[in-house]
Design a protein around this ligand. Structure first.
Ligand code: SF4
Length: 314
C-alpha cells in the first residue's frame, strides 16, 4: 500500500484548472487534475506570465533559425528565447523538493512533445514537432521524475505509470531524508512487485546496491539507489511483466481460493490480456483476497495499491 501520509509535490502549468492565463485569457478544465488535487501538493506556474507577458497576449511560437529553436512573437518580432531559458533554469534550480510535473500539451513553453515547429517567423511552414522551451529545461534537470502533459494523461496506461512513479518517488524522497538502511530494505521489499513488473534486471541491481552497505557508505547507497530507481521506473510496465507478477501473486493465494474464485481470476486475466479491462480491476480482485486471507507479505506490497483507490477508479 502506498504511504497515505505522503503527498507528492507536483509542478503544474497554471492554466490547467488554476488560472485563466492562456494567451487568449482562458482556463483549461481537466477532470484528472481536479481528481488528483486532494492527494498531492500542486505548485502552479505560468512561465509566460513569469517572463512578463500579459493576459491576454499575442501568441508566441517556436521558429528555427541558424539551427537553433527560438521562442518568438510574430506580431511584434520579439524574441523571448533567452528570458524563457533563463527563467526556466532559475525556477528549476529553486525547486528543492519535487516528484513530478503536469504540463500543458502543445504549448511552445510548456509542451513536452508535439509542439509545432516553424521554419519562418511570418507565414512560416510547419516543419515538425518539438518540445516547449520551459519543458525542455524541466526534462533536462529532472529526467527520471514523473513528467507528463494533460493530453497524454488521458491514456490509462500512461496515467497508471505516471501515478505509480509519482507516489513511489515521493515515498523515496521522504525515506532519503531519514537515511535509514532498515528503511531502505523495507522500501525495496514492499515495492518488489512494482519494481519487478517494470524492470527485473534493474530490480536485482537495486538489491545489490543495498547488499553493498558497509556502515560507512549510506549516503552513496541512497544516491546510487535513487539513480537506478529512476531508470527502473522509466518505461511503462509491459503487459507480459504485469501478467507475470499477477500470476506470481495468484500463486501465493491460490491454496486459499475455491475453483470458482480461481476461474474468476483467470477469466479476468484473459480480459486484461485482450485489453478488455485495466490492470486495476484485477489488482482490486486480488487485493480483496489478500485482505480476506490476511496474507501479510502481499498485504505490504504497494503493487496492489500503488496510489489512492480514488485514482484507480478514473
Ligand atoms: S501553457 Fe504554460 S505558458 Fe501557456 S498559459 Fe499555460 S502555464 Fe502559461
Amino acid at each position: 500500500m502506498y504511504e497515505k501520509k505522503i503527498k507528492p509535490i507536483v509542478v503544474i502549468s497554471n492554466c490547467l484548472e488554476f488560472k485563466a492565463c492562456r494567451y487568449n485569457g482562458k482556463l483549461i478544465t481537466n477532470s484528472f487534475v481536479k481528481t488528483l488535487q486532494p492527494f498531492v501538493i500542486y505548485k502552479p506556474i505560468c512561465p509566460e506570465i513569469e517572463i512578463g507577458l500579459g493576459v491576454p497576449r499575442d501568441p508566441i511560437k517556436i521558429v528555427t533559425k541558424n539551427n537553433k529553436q527560438n521562442l518568438v512573437q510574430p506580431s511584434t518580432g520579439n524574441d523571448y528565447t533567452f528570458v524563457m531559458n533563463d527563467f526556466a533554469i532559475k525556477f528549476n534550480d529553486s525547486l528543492t523538493e519535487v516528484d513530478g510535473f503536469i504540463l500543458k500539451s502543445s504549448s511552445p513553453s510548456c509542451g513536452i512533445k508535439d509542439v509545432n515547429l516553424y521554419d519562418k517567423l511570418d507565414k512560416g511552414h510547419l516543419i515538425g514537432k518539438t518540445t516547449g522551451l520551459f519543458a525542455k529545461e524541466v526534462l533536462k534537470k529532472f529526467e527520471g521524475l514523473a513528467i507528463e502533459d494533460e493530453a497524454r494523461l488521458a491514456n490509462h496506461r500512461i496515467r497508471e505509470h505516471f501515478l505509480t512513479k509519482l507516489f513511489l518517488l515521493a515515498s523515496f524522497r521522504h525515506l532519503k531524508k531519514k537515511q535509514s538502511i532498515a528503511g531502505l530494505i523495507k522500501f525495496h521489499s514492499v515495492n518488489k512487485f512494482i519494481l519487478m513488473s517494470h524492470n527485473q534486471s534493474k530490480t536485482r541491481e537495486l538489491g545489490n546496491i543495498i547488499g553493498s552497505y558497509n556502515n560507512n557508505n549510506l549516503e552513496d547507497i541512497f544516491n546510487n539507489y535513487e539513480e537506478k530507481l529512476k531508470i527502473a521506473l522509466k518505461s511503462v510496465a509491459r503487459k507480459g511483466s504485469n501478467i507475470n507478477m499477477l500470476m506470481h501473486a495468484f500463486g501465493y493465494l491460490s491454496k486459499n481460493l475455491n475453483s470458482k474464485e480461481k476461474a474468476l481470476f483467470l477469466e479476468n486475466l484473459d480480459k486484461y490480456r485482450n485489453n478488455e479491462i485495466a490492470i486495476t480491476s484485477i489488482l482490486m480482485l486480488l487485493k480483496s483476497w489478500v485482505l480476506k486471507y490476511e496474507h501479510n507479505y502481499l498485504m505490504e506490497q504497494t503493487f496492489f495499491s500503488p496510489y489512492p483507490v480514488e485514482l484507480m477508479n478514473i
